[in-house]
Design a protein around this ligand. Structure first.
Ligand code: C5P
Length: 237
């Protein structure tokens, strides 16, 4: 796998239901970042047509829909996403081995330009007590590692993980397994509601491949300039 350049590592979270704002941000960032992430909020409001409008700015798209269903349904959802030519899509690893294998198999049907299929392990909104309440015992980190390994063993390309999980997952899952990391804050940005943040340089040094960054870029007076500053920080490190 070729290493992405510092600016290619940045995926900007367009967390909005405002279609025109999403499109204008994508246009302003084209050529300055690796891509944009659109999630359930945007997709529920604007559907595939909205994704096509954003993609029209020329940036790769991370379609963050976190599929979780029976294997046949998830395979169908991944197949339905292929015409959008997303760069990355994701599923919940908790859907199990067969579900992840089905998602990976369908993505491979798209051939060379296929999307990377990532797994979400344990949502960072959940702690050990939350896991225990749904019948999963033991530390959160153990469950993250268990699900990341299951994802890798069933053909997935990587996981979305928190900055604090990066180093352990890089070691456990090997060099080619993509680690996509939100919760990133450059030293000059506000933490907002993120509790455990890492700087872009720290996350890349720990083994992150791609960084998902929202408000430090989308909330900046000049989003392109903020993206450039972050890419420079990564490069300097
Ligand atoms: O604005 P900010 O940089 O905090 O945005 C981070 C993005 O990454 C949001 O889209 C958020 O939903 C997503 N995310 C996260 N933490 C996770 C998983 C996803 O912040 N554990």
């Amino acid at each position: 796998m070729n290493q992405p350049s510092p600016h290619q590592r940045l995926f900007v979270a367009l967390d909005t239901t405002d279609l025109e704002r999403a499109v204008s941000l994508a246009r302003a960032l084209a050529g300055r970042v690796g891509g944009v992430k659109v999630g359930k909020e945007f997709f529920t409001a604007h559907g595939p047509g909205g994704v096509e409008r954003v993609a029209g700015a020329g940036l790769p798209v991370f379609l963050d829909l976190k599929f979780h269903d029976i294997p046949n349904t998830v395979a169908g959802a991944v197949r339905a996403a292929l015409p959008l030519k997303p760069f990355m899509i994701n599923v919940h690893a908790a859907g199990g081995a067969a579900m992840m294998a089905a998602a990976a198999a369908v993505a491979k049907e798209a051939g060379a330009g296929r999307p990377l299929v990532l797994a979400v392990t344990v949502l960072t909104s959940l702690n050990e007590a939350d896991l225990a309440a749904v019948g999963v015992g033991g530390p959160v980190d153990d469950q993250v590692l268990r699900l990341a390994t299951l994802a890798r063993d069933n053909g997935l390309d990587g996981v979305v993980c928190s900055a604090r999980e990066v180093a352990a997952l890089r070691q456990a899952c090997g060099a080619g397994f993509r680690l996509v990391v939100p919760g990133i804050r450059p030293s000059w940005a506000a933490a907002d509601d993120q509790k455990r943040v890492m700087t872009p340089a720290e996350a890349v040094a720990a083994g992150a491949d791609y960084l998902v960054i929202g408000r430090p870029i989308t909330g900046a007076d000049d989003p392109a300039k903020a993206a450039d500053a972050i890419a420079k920080e990564i490069e300097a490190a």
